[in-house]
Design a protein around this ligand. Structure first.
Ligand SMILES: NC(=O)c1ccc[n+]([C@@H]2O[C@H](COP(=O)([O-])OP(=O)(O)OC[C@H]3O[C@@H](n4cnc5c(N)ncnc54)[C@H](OP(=O)(O)O)[C@@H]3O)[C@@H](O)[C@H]2O)c1
Length: 300
């Protein structure tokens, strides 16, 4: 299903994490087609350079840039943010699309579970640090990639960063549950600022790289299944661009979307106390400093 989106984006700045491949690449291309300045953010510079080249050729929009970020490193996220705040005059949209499954079961240099950090803590930190800029650029939007896997996730915050406790599916599920809860809490915390936050569950998407880290037999079986029932990358990217920019979604916030429509979110996203606990714990684990903490500043 393609969502109708006639947004004109000249003068708008959009960051797409994971914009070098898969769904993020397709979203970046559509946003570029519609005139936005697009910043692709991921790890591999060669891939980003190639993605930029293809997007410029396909859209005639030269205002495409790329910047390195590794969501598995708090230091790398902070570096990306510092560079971005220096180089950009505004940020109209932040799309937290990058994600991974089947990563090694290990801790990062920051002492967090690798899958949790790539899929959730990295995006939390990135979003938290960019919020002041998103606020001055309002109306602005934050999109967070969720997944139906979240429904088998558990909110066992004390163990989310454990090693040897969860298999690849469960780690993915926990991280996507965190994303969904974060999205709803973010919406509550930025109400009235002109920033909106929504989630997108892409369903199953054909021909992306997401299964590349998964054990080969499992990956091959999954690929066959996804190729039969999945949607195209272009469809998913189009939906992401629609959520990020469509005028008809102005002011819509705190929702989880699938196939261009609002769908039910995980039941735990309605638990205010649990969401607040996750928010505060996340701030602690990504080591938000007094200087970075705009929440404290706005309370003072
Ligand atoms: N494909 C599906 O069927 C499906 C279903 C449900 C949800 N999703 C979600 O949709 C999102 C996009 O998936 P996709 O299928 O398009 O994935 P993909 O083809 O594997 O692309 C992933 C993108 O994220 C980047 N990335 C990976 N690890 C990163 C890191 N540590 N730091 C920064 N960037 C990183 C990759 O670039 P580098 O490797 O160069 O960094 C790449 O640009 C993910 O969040 C995924 O969980 C996908």
């Amino acid at each position: 299903m393609f969502c109708r989106n006639n947004a004109r984006l000249h003068g708008k700045v959009v960051i797409v994490t994971g914009g070098s491949a898969g769904i993020g690449y397709e979203a970046a291309k559509i946003l570029a087609e519609n005139g936005a300045r697009v910043i692709i953010a991921s790890r591999n510079e060669t891939k980003m350079k190639e993605a930029k080249k293809r997007i410029v050729e396909a859209t005639n929009n030269n205002n495409i840039d790329y910047r390195t970020i590794d969501l598995a490193s708090l230091k790398s996220v902070r570096k990306f943010v510092n560079e971005t705040l220096q180089l950009e005059e505004r940020i109209d949209v932040l799309i937290n699309n990058a994600g991974a499954v089947g990563l090694p079961d290990r801790l990062t240099e920051d002492g967090l579970n690798l899958t949790m950090q790539v899929n959730y803590f990295g995006a939390f930190l990135l979003t938290f640090l960019l919020l002041p800029m998103l606020k001055v650029s309002a109306p602005s939007r934050v999109i967070i990639s969720t997944a139906s896997a979240m429904f088998v996730g558990t909110a066992d915050f004390d163990h989310w960063n454990d090693i040897g406790r969860y298999n690849a599916v469960k780690s993915l599920a926990n991280s996507k549950l965190a994303d969904a809860m974060f999205m709803v809490e973010l919406d509550k915390r930025v109400r009235g600022t002109g920033i909106t936050a929504n989630g997108m569950d892409p369903f199953l998407v054909r021909n992306t790289d997401i299964l590349n880290n998964v054990d080969t037999v499992v990956a091959e079986i999954s690929r066959v299944f996804v190729n039969i029932v999945g949607r195209t990358r272009k469809e998913a990217g189009n939906e992401m661009a629609y959520l990020a920019t469509s005028p008809e979604l102005r002011g819509v916030s705190g929702r989880n979307f699938k196939f261009c429509h609002v769908i039910f979110n995980h039941w735990l996203t309605h638990d205010e106390k649990l969401r607040q606990k996750l928010w505060n714990l996340s701030k602690k684990l990504v080591r938000i400093t007094t200087e970075e903490d705009w929440e404290n500043r706005s309370r003072a």
